[in-house]
Design a binder for this molecule. Structure first.
Ligand code: S3P
Length: 226
């Protein structure tokens, strides 16, 4: 059995949705007086003490962008999939094969709950994590979610570079990715910030995210209500 620790639920909401008139289709929700864990108004310095949580499909670049973003904004970086592998003591492929996807989703939920309780960090989540409503609520409570949006061809090209993704072990991975886009993009669209994941290199994406985070958490950002 897979046995992982997990923490307690806490509810915090990001009330207003803003769209910035910026390039790269950056969309964000802006925090106004987010409430801290114990019902106090949180400090708006930094990123309100929240974790930055990267979401998006396999191949969107969550890990490479997350690592560099963490360096830039001086937070620890965590890759949820790596934590799952460590907690389970076997690869994600093995978890799927030996225990099934449901067991993987269970472990994923518990690991992400635990990580979010560990304090502010940049957290790269696996592509299916944000589809879990409980994980979404928890991210909403203690994090700022950033969707790295990428088109089908980009995802196909990037996912070809690395094996070990059980959901793509199909006869037609491109069709599988298209199906996942159809199912997941409407849900990923709930993220606080939406960034188009580009091929120019993660540094540019990181700069855009960091600007969007500043705009979101600083009062004179010039953000415009959506
Ligand atoms: C999954 C994505 C993977 C991993 C698992 C399931 C998904 O993570 O969590 O294979 O459901 O999309 P990456 O998005 O980091 O590849």
């Amino acid at each position: 059995m897979l046995n992982i620790d997990y923490g307690n639920f806490s509810a915090t909401r990001w009330p207003a949705v803003y769209r910035l008139g910026q390039p790269h289709s950056t969309t964000l929700r802006r925090a106004r007086e987010p409430r801290g864990r114990f019902g106090m108004t949180a400090d708006l310095s930094g990123h309100s003490g929240k974790s930055i949580v990267l979401v998006g499909l396999m191949g969107a670049g969550k890990t490479s962008v997350g690592r560099k973003l963490a360096e830039k904004i001086d937070l620890a970086f965590t890759d949820a999939d790596e934590e799952i592998i460590e907690a389970a003591g076997c690869s994600i492929e093995d978890i799927f094969e030996l225990y099934g996807e449901k067991a993987f989703r269970d472990v994923e939920e518990r690991v992400i709950f635990r990580l979010l309780d560990e304090g502010p960090q940049v957290l790269a989540t696996g592509g299916g994590a944000f589809m879990n409503p409980k994980i979404r609520s928890r991210i909403e409570a203690s994090g700022i979610s950033v969707w790295l949006r990428a088109d089908l061809d980009t995802l196909v090209r990037r996912t070809r570079r690395r094996a070990g993704r059980p959901l793509l072990k199909t006869s037609d991975p491109k069709a599988t990715l298209q199906k996942l886009i159809d199912e997941r993009y409407p849900v990923y669209a709930d993220a606080d910030i939406v960034i188009d994941s580009m091929d120019e290199g993660p540094e540019i994406t990181v700069d855009i995210i960091s600007d969007a985070l500043d705009a979101m958490t600083k009062p004179d950002s010039g953000g415009k209500e959506r």
